[in-house]
Ligand binder design. Sequence first.
Ligand code: NA7
Length: 533
Amino acid sequence: MADATRLDALIVGAGFAGLYMLHKLRGMGFAARAVEAGSGVGGTWYWNRYPGARCDVESMFYCYQFDDGLSRDWEWTERYPAQPEILRYANHVADRFDLWPDISLNTRIVSAVHDEDAARWRVATDTGEAWLARYCIMATGCLSAANRPDFDGLDEFAGRVFHTGRWPHETVDFAGRRVGVVGTGSSAVQAIPEIAKEAAHVTVFQRTASYVVPANNRPLDPAEQADIKARYPELRAAARKTFGGFAVGIARQSALAVSEDECRETLARAWDEGGIGFLNAYRDFGFDEAANRRAQDFVRRKIRETVQDPETAAKLLPRHVIGCKRLSLGDDYYAAFNRPNVALVPLADDGIGRILPDGLTAGGTRFRFDDLVLATGFDAMTGALARIDIRGRGGIALAEAWEAGPRMYLGLMSNGFPNLFAITGPGSPSVLSNMMPTIEHHVEWIAECLGYLRGNGISGIEPSLDAQDAWVEHGNEVASKTLRYSCSSWYLGANVPGKPRVFMPYIGGMPSYMETCAAVAADGYRGFDLTPG
Ligand code: NA7
């Protein structure tokens, strides 16, 4: 470590969070560097290259707002951006702001250890490089650590194994192949119809049936795009006032205040419009079980109408609260099961039995295929941090401090880990919101904070235990009032065996969250201990 390179700020990750953080800090005169495990920038959109990968937030709002020139010049082609287009956008941003000289690619951070005497983070990489940084900023993403189940026999599978979140860069040819897909979450919902177009046969192994509403994707009309751009200031300001920072707000009316027919008509309009706004059609889908059942019934009816074989349709009917797990968007998921080359296998409680060289067993039945696609999601929100050996004051490991679940103040910092920030960390709205403006909000808060520390001769910042405990308690309390607690979702860590069940994102809504963050800063970083020097 003797020849560690000194920096003001080391940023872990060069996805949208890392790119903007780097740009922002460089602009303030800080010596900053982003270190990225991938061979390119883009984070989520670098790794998730599976067929059909597309964002479920509309293009015109899934983009940075910090630079008017960028907003003006970049043209999106579709209502929802496909992965290659988002990746091009990330690369355009890196080019436009000349970020490349300060990004290390193909470099994975393996450890970050706080050196109390030096008041610096000693950061080591898998390439043998070392950095000594005053600030360490985790821009590691919420859905970046792939969840690869430890299936018995997986290593013995003779064919190709793909994880949707670690898709190869070269084109994968499924022509003439029999493909097994495990998982029916958002990634599978997008990938299955595309793979089925090409493969000889697809067998889908479903543990939990998903609610899928149409995206209603379409090309973006240039006039429509120009109109939205012209109205960006007002539209973005309006979005900031919505719960999730999306372009669509939540209706004020209860689903139970109208007749069943009227509710169905409203939902039919939302269905035809497409998008995650479907669940915003009434205000209480997220809070009231009876209201929620109306939306559930609506989608179940749509599944029965779409899927021709009644037995298959019945197997596809979800049973849980809608919106409890992340709602999936897809225009052709249910219809894919009408294809003669797609079969659905609901898994019993004992799940996948064993992977065999040419397939797998489940429920005592043997299924044969050539390629295995694991659409099994992510160790969300904490996984990417847990995979780095992070040690704070007194050598305490983050994994140990978070043994019973993540603990952060405002989802930004954790007690015992001075000068270590997370962008969209657990305890912030993150995955419940539109990630782009949410990322920008955190980046700007952190940048302002570092500017404040520098301007006031402060060398260290760390949340007090009291403030952190109160925030975590508040987060739990808010979450307990919603229906999100009622199913096994990745929001709760329930998809990863052994992970503590804690509702990780903050569900109090973006407006109040942003207000709190601003008030904390305006109050001289209330709840944080500041170290002069
Ligand atoms: P998700 O939404 O976590 O979906 C993963 C799917 O894989 C889901 O159907 C899981 O069933 C299934 N799964 C996970 N582990 C297993 C095992 N061990 N056996 C069988 N099936 C399993 O991940 P995605 O990548 O689709 O989407 C992640 C987010 O990206 C999404 O929410 C959007 O925000 C974008 P389960 O439901 O846990 O029973």
